[in-house]
Design a protein around this ligand. Structure first.
Ligand code: FUB
Length: 339
């Protein structure tokens, strides 16, 4: 290498050194990583960010993604394999645009891929697609899940085999448009008075293709048992729900959106209520913060994203770092930048 090249790479290295961890994928942009361990192997189901040229706005129209890839790793520090296109918007009859944060689940020999997308009327719905392989390709159902709306599905399967979908996101995620039970395109991005909007959950049917019963609120409470006021942007739910279980307790984690934290709350049942505990991940570089939490080989990991590779808020890269539960069950706060 020439001296100039050496200098360039030296400065790139020192710039990279400020981040707690490095991108898992460098040849495409990836975000919103939902990680699962299936048959002892780690599979990551992220969004696939692209530069679609769509102008930026508060609705997130610049997140204009069109397909999904699945990635796998034998272990957290192992090689990351890209399994190619797992689902393309052109193959989903009901979907028009904006393939946002997905998740996946396994049941009875089949893998289920859940994804939000806007329909031709610009309403976010949640779809499901199936495969016999964790890496797809996934075959989409012809219609979205009946009764689904908004974004960011996260499916948690409890030890008794029952699966639940948690979902919702305010502002561009349109959750506020369903506050009365009917779609209202004129609703403000979120309330400014009263209580904050709550994330949603539904039990999944045994066939994993639809909801078994009504969509319910996920009760998020402060330590005095009170719901958060809409003005509490530091702690109220914004998007990016995830549930994991640790030592018999259920952990509901989520993004606080415009305050950019990943926060968490603990409950005794998958249906909640969940009591707020604190912050898991402080703001990353980029506007969005979105994560998943998974156990692999006896250690717990936080998958997340930032914009290290692009410095553009809609071109993100997925990362992973270890997560620590304290002896009292609380989670140690992670700073994505080295201080
Ligand atoms: O990737 C598009 C959207 O950005 C996700 O659905 C949100 O959670 C945010 O990360």
């Amino acid at each position: 290498a020439t001296t100039a090249e050496q200098n360039t790479s030296a400065s790139a290295d020192s710039a990279d050194a400020k981040y707690l961890s490095q991108p898992l994928v460098r040849d495409m942009y990836t975000a919103d990583p939902s990680a699962h361990v299936f048959n002892g192997k780690i599979y990551i189901y992220p969004s696939h960010d692209i530069d679609a040229g769509t102008p930026e706005n508060d609705n997130g129209d610049h997140f204009d993604m069109r397909d999904y890839h699945v990635f796998s790793m034998d272990s957290v520090n192992g090689k990351v394999t890209d399994h190619g296109v797992a689902l393309d918007v052109k193959d989903v009859k009901w979907a028009a645009r904006q393939m946002w944060a997905p998740d996946a689940a396994y049941k009875n020999g089949k893998y289920y891929f859940y994804f939000p997308a806007k329909d031709p009327q610009n309403v976010f719905r949640i779809g499901v697609a199936t495969s016999t392989s964790p890496t797809g390709p996934f075959k989409p159902e012809p219609t979205p899940i009946a009764g689904s709306y908004s974004i960011d599905p996260a499916v948690y399967t409890d030890e008794d085999g029952t699966s639940y979908m948690y979902f919702g996101g305010i502002w561009g995620g349109q959750l506020q448009r369903w506050a009365t039970g009917k779609y209202d395109s004129t609703a403000a991005p979120e309330p400014t008075t009263g209580n904050a909007l709550l994330p949603k959950m539904a039990k999944m049917r045994a066939d994993m293709l639809g909801f078994d019963g009504p969509v319910k609120d996920v009760q998020l409470l402060d330590k005095n048992g009170k719901p958060f006021p809409a003005s509490d942007h530091e702690r109220r739910f914004f998007e990016a729900a995830w549930v994991h279980k640790y030592n018999g307790k259920y952990y509901f984690s989520y993004s606080t959106g415009d305050t950019h934290n990943i926060a968490y709350a603990i409950g005794d049942s998958p249906a909640g209520p969940f009591t707020y505990q604190g912050v898991i991940l402080k703001p990353v570089q980029g506007w969005t913060n979105h994560h998943s939490i998974v156990e692999s080989n006896g250690k717990w990991y936080l998958f997340y994203h930032d914009t290290q590779l692009s410095n553009k808020t809609y071109l993100r890269n997925i990362k992973v770092t270890e997560l620590t539960h304290n002896p009292d069950g609380t989670i140690q706060t992670i700073n994505p930048l080295k201080s």
